[in-house]
Design a protein around this ligand. Structure first.
Ligand SMILES: *Cc1c(COP(=O)(O)O)cnc(C)c1O
Length: 441
């Protein structure tokens, strides 16, 4: 296979996601053929390489073609690839449920399985609503989300996604949830700390809950970082206050850790940094190490018991063909094994310090704003009115052997947890150079 042949056939036959296809056809955006991956690197058919600094859309934790995950999957292939999960069960799905519940401190003892993040969101929304209904609180039908929140793009998940570029075209189809202001730390007024912003915005949350709690089923948040709307970071104080308010007003708290879970923010789950537990926890992306589509909704005994009944219709009947797929669960178990064996969270502390040091010199550039970081996610904003910035930066980074996809004018890095010093240095050079290329002097 040659690069050129694969590109031609891909543009003819594959409808690529999150893409205006005409930009590829017109040559404005390159299409990158990938022949193979190894560690943090992707290679094309000519041996040209790219450092995968965004973990292939935030999913890859331990590198491409990871030998340990590969070996586990090979073994699983010979045992069981998949089996219906209604009425049947298997070792990987049981072990994964037990281990995730243990990681969540034993408070979220029931795991429901799907394949993508948007479905996990929808499952949590359906479960929340249905559990209130089963308890006779039928008026609790509404949902609340944060401004700029992102929870997936199926029609149901778009209800709680507040990102215009993904939502506006489908607005007539969507039963939009209410939004409350984001605790975005960049909104600090003179003298305010990020915790002050959290308290100020939590007061607005309280006003909303006080008025609407009787018709509200759940409040859904991305703990600590609203990734898709531009790595918007906020203080854990907001989660502490939101948890207390949700308890006071009888509203479920859904933590969508699809992007920020699995060690991204420094703790295994992001919500741990606020010392709280949610009523629902959504996981996907990194949980399978970036190998296979898998999502999981964890919930409490109390919610599980609201469905436990003689009547079939009071059960949670959501069905999905590939639920609990054995190979995907096996990849997740192998991923959790690596966390345990390699003390990944501890090792990542040193890695995060190196990422910070790599970005620090950028602060001197007059157009760089709000350098921010939590664990293995770091970002900064570029002060430019140029709508073409993000595409030009993307291209310029590719020219420097690096995969980086700015969100608007926010440049971010979210590398796999295996990047070494040399790769971090490469990343630093690529960012510095791509900024110069993308912002003509
Ligand atoms: C990516 C993402 C989703 C959606 O996951 P998909 O697998 O792309 O459907 C939901 N919530 C958050 C926070 C995400 O980052």
């Amino acid at each position: 296979m040659k690069n050129s042949e694969l590109l031609r056939r891909s543009l003819a036959a594959v409808w690529h996601p999150c893409t205006q296809m005409k930009q590829h056809a017109g040559g404005e955006l390159p299409m990158i053929p990938v022949a193979r991956g190894e560690g943090a690197w992707l290679y094309d058919f000519d041996g040209r390489r790219y450092l995968d600094a965004i973990s292939s859309w935030w999913v890859n934790l331990f590198g491409h073609a990871n030998p340990r995950i590969n070996a586990a999957l090979r073994e699983q292939l010979d045992e069981l690839e998949h089996v219906i999960l209604a009425g049947f069960t298997h070792r990987p799905v049981v072990e994964l449920s037990e281990r995730l519940s243990a990681l969540a401190g034993g408070t979220l003892g029931h795991c429901f399985f799907a394949s993508d993040g948007a479905s996990a969101t929808e499952i949590a929304l359906k479960m929340s609503f249905h559990s209130w209904r089963n308890r006779g609180l039928e008026k609790k039908q509404g949902f609340l989300c944060l401004e700029g929140g992102y929870h997936g793009e199926t029609v149901g998940a778009l209800a709680v996604t507040d990102v215009a570029i993904f939502k506006d075209a489908y607005a007539p189809l969507v039963r939009a949830a209410a939004t409350v202001p984001s605790p975005d730390a960049r909104k600090a007024r003179d003298g305010e700390t990020p915790a002050d912003v959290a308290r100020r915005t939590a007061a607005e949350l309280e006003r909303y809950l006080a008025e609407h709690h009787e018709t509200l089923a759940a409040f859904i948040v991305e703990p600590l970082i609203q990734c898709a709307s531009g790595m918007v970071m906020y203080d854990p104080e907001y989660l502490r206050l939101a948890r207390a308010l949700c308890d006071r007003y009888q509203v479920h708290l859904i933590c969508d850790e699809i992007a920020v879970g699995c060690g991204r923010t420094g703790s295994f789950f992001a919500h741990e940094q606020a010392g709280i537990r949610p009523d629902f926890l959504c996981l996907s992306k990194g949980i399978s190490g970036g190998y296979l589509p898998l999502s999981i909704v964890l919930t409490t005994d109390a919610i599980y018991e609201a469905f436990y009944d003689d009547a079939t219709a009071r059960g949670f009947l959501h069905s999905h063909s590939y639920t609990g797929n054995a190979l995907a669960c096996c990849a997740a178990l192998a991923t959790l094994d690596i966390f345990a064996a390699d003390r990944v969270l501890v090792e990542n502390q040193a890695r995060a310090v190196k990422l910070a040091a790599m970005l620090a010199p950028l602060a001197e550039r007059p157009y760089v704003r709000n350098i921010r970081q939590r664990g293995m996610i770091a970002a900064f904003d570029v002060d430019t009115a140029d709508a073409g910035f993000s595409r030009r930066f993307y291209r310029a980074a590719l020219d420097r052997e690096t995969l980086l996809r700015p969100i608007g004018t926010t440049v971010y890095v979210m590398p796999p947890y295996i990047v070494d010093d040399e790769e971090i240095a490469h990343l630093g050079r690529s960012i510095a150079g791509a900024l110069e290329d993308a912002l003509p002097a």
